[in-house]
Design a protein around this ligand. Structure first.
Ligand code: SF4
Length: 63
């Protein structure tokens, strides 16, 4: 699975609450992806959940 955070991010923190293994708020205040964690199959469902919960659809996923 490939996942990223786009510039649509409004720093709400929802993705970090749902899947802190993969998403974190950077020094710039916006969400970022830990690529090594995002590659783990066992986290795929949580990544999908975080993507669905993002209010600005800033977390596109490539399966
Ligand atoms: Fe940004 Fe979306 Fe994550 Fe909120 S849920 S911090 S808007 S990427």
């Amino acid at each position: 699975m490939k996942v990223k955070v786009t510039e649509e991010c409004i720093s709400c923190g929802a993705c970090v609450d749902i899947c802190p293994e993969v998403f974190f708020l950077g020094d710039d205040g916006f969400a970022h992806v830990r690529e090594d964690q995002a590659a783990k199959p066992e986290l795929a469902d949580k990544i999908r959940e975080a993507s669905a919960a993002c209010p600005t659809e800033a977390i596109p996923i490539e399966e």
